[in-house]
Design a binder for this molecule. Structure first.
Ligand SMILES: NC(=O)c1ccc[n+]([C@@H]2O[C@H](COP(=O)([O-])OP(=O)(O)OC[C@H]3O[C@@H](n4cnc5c(N)ncnc54)[C@H](O)[C@@H]3O)[C@@H](O)[C@H]2O)c1
Length: 296
């Protein structure tokens, strides 16, 4: 596999395109929004600049990486002759089903179709195609160029051959792939998101304040970031939607979202992206707080 298409140039899509391109793959980056493509390329370029400054890569590596990426606004154009599509569009089940139905119609029958979904069933996505054996979850972590893990999710009908090809490909990218089966939340979010929900419950019940809860988990459990701050980074709306997927998928009340989380999302307090969540990210405070938290 040498030619890759990445659908969606947002937070994850540009990181995935960067990672493939830096390893010499030819990447077609596709987004319906020209603006997202421009922003995506600017982000990749800025991240490569930081790597050059740190002497992790050379200026030539940067130029080669950028030269490996082409941008497209038309999916039909971008997926011509690719061996693998990695879909990283907005997390919305109807949108993903529509994209995979279209991909099944317009790509070669040998093309593997992967999705970076955080929570939507791979089996459900595969079921709208005529190649369920070639549909798989490739769940990269944010920020993609830095994080080692790729959670590889086998749908009910994903073949052994396709799973092996994607595990091998992830290793080629310098990542550590872990194979899991397709049940709500997979493994990463099934464990992480209930922990975040429990931290919000502790806050809601008045057990301790935001700083106290995060400090306990940072200093006591050696987590690099407290769970409430992490929730702000993930997006409280995203945490809520993953909890709902698990709650509905397992029909188990232990995954019921905390009422405080529901209230905050309803009130538009979504974390970093809205400027406020458990912490304040207004422009003046943003720079000092965010710069301390990100690993570059
Ligand atoms: N953000 C994270 O930390 C994270 C981590 C792991 C997985 N994910 C998953 O990755 C996926 C993308 O998330 P994100 O955070 O990058 O979202 P994002 O909102 O930053 O980017 C989504 C992009 O998809 C584009 N898009 C929407 N519909 C499209 C279409 N039909 N064709 C092409 N592009 C389209 C949008 O224009 C946007 O640029 C989601 O499935 C999400 O669950 C996110």
């Amino acid at each position: 596999m040498k030619n890759i298409a990445v659908i969606g140039a947002g937070t994850m899509g540009n990181g995935i395109a960067h990672t493939f391109a830096q390893k010499g793959f030819k990447v077609n980056l596709i987004d319906i929004s020209e603006k997202s493509l421009e922003k995506g390329i600017a982000t990749i370029s800025g991240n490569l600049d930081r790597m050059v400054a740190k002497e992790t890569i050379s200026e030539q590596d940067k130029q080669d990486t950028l030269a490996n990426i082409k941008t497209f606004t038309q999916t039909e154009e971008g997926v011509k002759n690719v061996d693998l599509v990695v879909e990283a569009a907005t997390e919305n089940v109807d949108l993903k089903l529509k994209i995979f139905k279209q991909l099944d119609e317009i790509t070669s029958s040998n093309t593997i179709l992967a999705t970076n979904t955080s929570s939507i069933s791979i089996t459900q996505i595969a079921a709208v195609t005529n190649r369920q054996d070639k549909v798989i979850g490739m769940h990269f972590m944010n920020p993609v160029p830095i994080m080692k893990l790729v959670e590889i999710i086998r749908g009910y009908n994903t073949s052994d051959e396709v799973t092996k090809a994607i595990m091998d490909m992830s290793e080629t990218l310098g990542k550590v792939p872990v194979e899991v089966n397709d049940y709500p939340g997979f493994v990463a979010n099934r464990i992480l998101i209930p922990m975040i929900n429990e931290s919000i419950e502790a806050l809601y019940n008045g057990v301790a304040g935001v700083q106290e809860i995060d400090t306990v988990m940072k200093l006591g459990m050696a987590h690099p970031m407290g769970p409430l701050q992490l929730a702000d980074f993930i997006g409280l709306d995203v945490c809520l939607s993953i909890l709902n997927v698990m709650y509905n998928g397992f029909k188990n009340p232990k995954y019921a979202p905390c009422p405080l989380l529901i209230n905050m999302v309803t009130a538009g307090k979504l974390g970093v992206k809205s400027g406020e969540g458990f912490y304040d990210y207004s422009e003046s405070k943003k720079a000092e707080k965010v710069s301390k938290s990100f690993i570059n």
